[in-house]
Design a protein around this ligand. Structure first.
Ligand code: UDP
Length: 416
């Protein structure tokens, strides 16, 4: 199949870890590569955020990235991109006039908006329908509920995002919690497929180099440094552990730069204050952004990986930890409800509750057999359910169903 992936702000070529570059970048890059490896012809459309990105850029076998001119060729925060989606749609429609995809897959609500706009024009010009499927990665309604006035999304999102959900041919939700939210938004179950995000199980493995250890029990977080990721709660939990005599440390991976260039981010300053208030300067390391190549060694160096977001649309980090054979203590939110299995691959705790987090960690760290058992079960679960090959195959099934339905309706209406 000819597959167009549209990912307006999250380029598959970007380095994840910064404020606006995280799971979606990883997801789009890995899904594209796995679809390409399975023999599909994949083009990924993403906003040109660097003047050096020109032309059609080969990314992997069968996969090309097309940078789209829409707004300035530099960083624009994703919440300021809406005014440029008209230009984005123009570019998509122009490209699809000569390279007509069998299916379009929008990633994030604004990509869905641009894709629907472009497809409407292509449909009209060619007299046939190009089906659109959509993965939201995050839902504005959940963000607004969680962040209230802090939510910096454009106000239009409240109307446009549900409209995208209702207009696309199908929505690919990444977890059961998201499917529930979509139904609440008025999307019928018959148009929702649940396919999770995946993990590179050949890269994230239990065996291989291990980052240097200090002799203390090591907790690890890996995330963009934004408040809702709950890194502050992990620091507070560490303070409680140390208070009761557990000799533990916390390595915090993530941020827009390396360990020496983190000052620019407000969350880093807030975390530094929490570290100072809890007197943990010698037990918390803000390691900055770590590249994909080095990450497995860091996961392997951890006794427990802590994922404590206040909410989480999916959360690839627990999968990476599980693929590396590490136990996960995760908040009971969003995709983490599906990926982390209670008392099998880890433990669930309520969000924003450092005391519960500390209690779970204390009991787990004191039980090496349980740590071992969870880690082994995590690897098994990652292999069985979350390899990108499997995720891409399940996604391709959704595409094939859509393409077949489109052909059937074209035959009925005489458009074929
Ligand atoms: N990540 C990374 N380096 C960092 C911090 C994060 O490569 O320094 C990656 C992390 O390994 C994961 C992704 O960014 O693959 C974060 O995805 P997740 O779904 O957990 O969260 P999101 O950022 O999408 O909210």
């Amino acid at each position: 199949m000819r597959v167009a992936l549209v990912s307006e702000h999250a380029s598959p070529l970007a380095n994840p870890g910064g404020v606006d570059a995280g799971g979606q970048n990883v997801h789009v890059a890995a899904l594209a590569a796995a679809l390409g490896a399975a023999g599909h012809e994949v083009v990924v459309y993403t906003r040109r955020d660097d003047p050096d990105l020109q032309g059609r850029i080969p990314m992997a076998p069968g996969v090309t990235v097309v940078p789209v001119t829409a707004g300035p060729a530099g960083h624009v925060p994703k919440d300021a991109l809406l005014p440029h989606m008209g230009a984005f749609a123009d570019a998509l429609a122009a490209d699809w006039a000569t390279w007509r995809p069998d299916v379009v897959h929008g990633h994030f609500w604004m990509s869905g908006l641009a894709a629907l706009d472009a497809v409407t024009r292509v449909d009209l010009a060619a007299g046939g329908h190009v089906p659109v499927t959509q993965t939201f990665h995050a839902l504005g309604v959940v963000k607004r509920r969680q962040q209230g006035a802090q939510d910096s999304s454009p106000l239009e999102r409240a109307v446009l995002e549900p409209d995208v959900a209702r207009r696309v041919d199908t929505v690919v939700a990444t977890c059961s919690d998201e499917a529930f939210e979509l139904k609440q938004m008025g999307v019928p179950s018959s148009r929702i497929a649940v396919v999770p995000c995946g993990v590179d199980v050949a890269h994230f493995t239990p065996d291989g180099p291990v980052a240097p250890r200090t002799g203390r029990l090591r907790l690890l977080t890996v995330s963009r440094l934004v408040p809702r990721k709950g890194v502050g709660n992990a620091i507070e939990a560490l303070a409680r552990l140390v208070e009761v005599g557990v000799d533990a440390e916390l390595v915090v991976i993530g941020g827009a730069g390396d360990a020496n260039h983190l000052e620019a981010e407000p969350e880093t300053e807030r975390l530094r204050r929490v570290i100072a208030e809890t007197g943990l300067e010698d037990r918390v390391v803000l390691a900055g952004r770590i590249g994909r190549d080095e990450l497995p060694a860091w996961y392997r160096s951890a006794d427990v990986v802590v994922c404590a977001p206040w909410y989480e649309p999916f959360g690839i980090v627990p999968l990476e930890a599980m693929a590396c054979g590490r136990p996960v203590v995760a908040t009971h939110v969003g995709g983490l409800i599906d990926t982390v299995v209670e008392d099998v691959t880890g433990v669930h705790v309520p969000p924003r509750d450092p005391e519960a987090l500390a209690d779970a960690l204390q009991s787990l760290l004191a039980d090496p057999a349980r740590l071992e058992r969870y880690g082994a079960a995590g690897r098994k679960r990652a292999l069985a359910r979350y390899s990108w090959r499997r995720v891409a195959a399940d996604t391709a099934k959704v595409y094939a169903r859509l393409a077949a339905a489109t052909r059937r309706s074209a035959a009925l209406t005489g458009d074929a």
